[in-house]
Write a protein that binds this ligand. Structure first.
Ligand code: SAM
Length: 502
């Protein structure tokens, strides 16, 4: 069987998990690459990854790669491939160009060159030309440039694999399905479920985590509902082989043996989640209830610890400000209270909101929900050490002050100082230094960095002190400014709040 080369793309921060998943699905020579994972295998393996990968966004078949120096060489390279093997000349075509190339700065121009080369070649051989269809073409050709080389690929997925087909309508801020699946894998859900632990998303919105968790625990392949694929009109598609891969995946599905629940206080969200679960074919196996997180507890008879997985509202999406702060505090209460013995994972948009959970995370990962940089906070069972609380009287629980122009200026100043002064400190071998010293009068703080030695080697602390505001500053105005600044410190420095004595 011919070994083909495939490239699977994945949300940032999950390439390691995708590589492990592809290996388990039979991929060979699996390698993490920028933005994805490359692997080798016969077409059947590519089909299996398309159908069964829970993390991949797309799977591309790489036809060739070459070093090209300019647009003409790109055109010649694309034209050197026999496109009659891939596309009927009367078919439809879409082309894309991504990555960076010193001589092809404009990706639209790059895509146009790729399209021209394919169309010109087919016209020369067949006297017919394919038409362009950017919605659901017979063939999508994607060129990707990196380090002067261009890889030419066929997009076998066609549209993002996150579109499983169960979610016609999202809730107010739905998560992409493959991102939700990645978070579940990162949180160890497959092992927790295998040990008999249950699952709960107490703020489930449209039910994405619940459905992905149920599918994962029941071995239901995520692509089974999809009606259209990028390979549907591809001449190299092997329909019989695909049917075999689909049948084998169907045969692997099993009964859901563990409790999988979702809850949300919003009635419309619960209705959407139920409709999505029906389309996903698991409405009878999972439960949804409309209630506040404060009313929830693990099932009484449950022995092994389960997983609480939640994506509370946060500033940049729905419910910024006080609602987001209240939701994070309520999660903290659940983690310290009825769910103390459970594993937990919280996806939050703002580091400062994460602080309001008030529990020390055992691991923190940076992930991207679309363009939004988020933190994934993981909490091990039983490890519910309360975080250091801020000094009473310091305003740190109003997320809106972190958005004030002044607080942003403060955070930017801190970032700049960290880079500029940090460079100098490294050059001069200084390990303890002041990164901010009331540079802005309304933010009358001193921020010092200390580097540990001896048993604390490798650890670093920020120490934040407050000056009395200068006479020129109204004390009433200084108070929220101080709060905004404190919100800004962890974000600007990427420092865990617990390592910032106040
Ligand atoms: C960001 S959305 C969750 C989106 C979800 N992950 C999805 O993919 O659709 C946050 C949800 O939290 C719910 N929520 C906020 N505070 C809550 C509380 N105290 N108890 C229960 N649900 C709450 C909101 O109604 C909203 O549906």
């Amino acid at each position: 069987m011919t070994a083909l080369t495939f490239v699977a793309t994945v949300p940032r921060g999950f390439a390691d998990l995708l590589a492990a998943e592809i290996t388990a699905l039979g991929g060979g020579s699996v390698r993490e690459a920028a933005g994805g994972v490359s692997f080798e295998g016969p077409l059947a393996t590519g089909y299996r990854v398309l159908l069964e990968s829970r993390l991949a966004s797309r799977v591309l078949l790489q036809l060739a790669r070459a070093r090209v120096h300019d647009a003409q060489q790109l055109y010649d390279f694309v034209r050197s491939i026999d496109w009659r093997e891939h596309l009927d000349a009367r078919g439809t075509l879409a082309c894309g160009f991504s990555g960076r190339h010193p001589a092809i700065a404009n990706t639209h121009f790059g895509a146009l060159k790729v399209k021209d080369a394919i169309v010109d070649q087919l016209r020369e051989f067949t006297r017919q030309r394919p038409s362009i269809d950017t919605r659901r073409p017979d063939l999508t050709v994607q060129a990707h440039a990196a380090r002067g080389e261009v890889a030419l690929c066929i997009d076998l997925a066609g549209e993002s694999l996150s579109r499983r087909g169960y979610r016609l309508q999202g809730g107010e801020a739905p998560l992409r399905e493959n991102l939700a699946a990645g978070i579940l894998v990162r949180a160890g859900w497959p092992a927790i479920a295998a040990a008999g632990g249950g699952f709960l998303d107490p703020m489930c919105g449209s039910g994405t985590f619940v459905i992905e968790a149920a599918w994962m625990a029941a071995g239901i392949a995520p692509g089974l509902l999809r009606q259209w694929w990028g390979f549907t009109g591809w001449r190299g598609h092997d329909a019989k082989l695909w049917d075999e891969v689909v049948e084998a995946a169907r045969a692997r599905a099993r009964k859901l043996e563990v409790s999988v629940r979702g809850a949300d206080r919003n009635r419309a969200a619960i209705a959407t989640a139920q409709a999505n679960a029906r389309r996903a074919g698991i409405a009878d196996a999972v439960t949804f209830e409309r209630c506040d997180i404060a009313a929830l507890a693990p099932p009484a008879a449950e022995a092994p610890p389960g997983l609480l997985c939640v994506n509370p509202p946060y500033g940049e999406r729905i419910g910024g400000g006080e609602e987001a702060a209240a939701a994070h505090r309520a999660i903290g209460e659940a983690l310290r209270g009825p769910f103390a013995a459970w594993h937990a994972v919280v996806l939050t948009g703002e580091p400062a909101l994460g602080q309001l959970i008030g529990v020390e995370a055992s691991r923190v990962h940076t992930v991207f929900n679309g363009p939004i940089q988020c933190r994934l906070l993981r909490f091990a069972p039983g490890q519910r050490r309360a975080r250091r609380e801020a000094r009473p009287g310091i305003v740190i629980d109003d997320a809106s002050i972190a958005q004030s122009p002044g607080a942003r200026m403060f955070a930017n100043r801190l970032k700049k100082n960290l880079v500029r002064l940090g460079r100098r400190a490294r050059r001069e071998g200084v390990t303890c230094w002041r990164m901010y010293d009331a540079d802005m009068p309304e933010y009358a703080l001193a921020v010092d960095l200390y580097t540990g030695a001896g048993p604390d080697e490798g650890r670093r602390w920020l120490y934040v002190q407050e000056y009395a505001p200068p006479a020129s500053i109204d004390p009433a105005a200084a108070r929220p400014a101080r709060g905004g600044a404190l919100w800004g410190v962890p974000g600007a420095t990427a420092w865990p709040f617990g390592d910032i004595p106040l």
